[in-house]
Design a binder for this molecule. Structure first.
Ligand SMILES: N[C@@H](CCC(=O)N[C@@H](CS)C(=O)NCC(=O)O)C(=O)O
Length: 217
């Protein structure tokens, strides 16, 4: 039987691809990857050939297709329950902060696109952007305070919540956002993850440049 397949976009730019890829890797799934470079001639046809939504990531396992990052995470959770915290209240909170990321932070996602290999970029700030940054720092600070004794991730052990916030760590690194203490420590935990480092190496070896995601000076 063939391995499951994860279809992803450019590793340098595709934040949703990174999230699903980290969920699969941290769950220990043995899967193949198919990379479709985004925003080049013909890319949309290629996406629709793989996914009814015409977006990445999309996960294929036999005849099953799962698209949309959180749906992929929930599917994996049914097979690998350690992907969400074991305790029910913690699980509800992990789902809340993950859904908050999934459906929100539009000012941050717009002003600070993920660009894994870029450093030292500065973008114009705005009240909405600052509010998103402050909210994310608060989430990380509060969770690290509550679960820091249990492990280095947001809820102690690795969970889908960490995959959901991994692209934000790259954004903060690219655009020079940080805060001494729990926020910087959490960013280091994410940056040191060997799986994240493998993703970074692959992103750095990509040649494509997506102009719309090359922002800041
Ligand atoms: N809600 C979706 C978002 C997926 C998404 O927007 N993916 C981007 C790449 S990060 C994409 O496929 N963009 C190509 C396009 O929209 O044409 C999810 O959670 O997976």
């Amino acid at each position: 039987m063939s391995k499951p397949l994860l279809v992803i976009g450019n590793k340098n730019y595709s934040s949703w691809s990174l999230r699903a890829w980290l969920m699969l890797k941290h769950a220990g799934v043995d899967f193949d990857e198919m990379r479709i470079p985004l925003f080049v001639a013909g890319y949309k046809e290629k996406l629709f050939a793989c996914s009814p939504a015409g977006k990445v990531p999309v996960y294929r396992e036999g005849g099953l297709l799962v698209w949309d990052t959180l749906a992929i995470g929930e599917y994996l959770y049914e097979i690998y329950p350690s992907l969400w915290p074991a305790q029910r209240e913690a699980r509800a909170r992990a789902r809340s902060v993950s859904a908050e990321m999934h459906s929100g932070f539009v000012p941050l996602r717009t002003a600070m696109p993920m660009n894994v290999r870029a450093r030292g970029r500065k973008v114009a700030t705005s009240t909405a952007l600052e509010a998103d940054i402050a909210r994310i720092k608060t989430i990380w600070r509060e969770l690290r305070e509550q679960y820091g004794a249990v492990g280095p991730w947001l809820f102690g052990p690795y969970s889908i919540a960490d995959a959901m916030y991994a692209p934000v760590v790259f954004r903060f690194l690219t655009y020079g956002v940080g805060e001494p203490g729990a926020v910087d420590e959490y960013m280091q935990t994410v940056s040191r993850d060997p799986l994240v480092q493998a993703w970074v190496r692959a992103a750095e070896s990509e040649q494509e440049v997506v102009a719309a995601s090359e922002v800041g000076v």
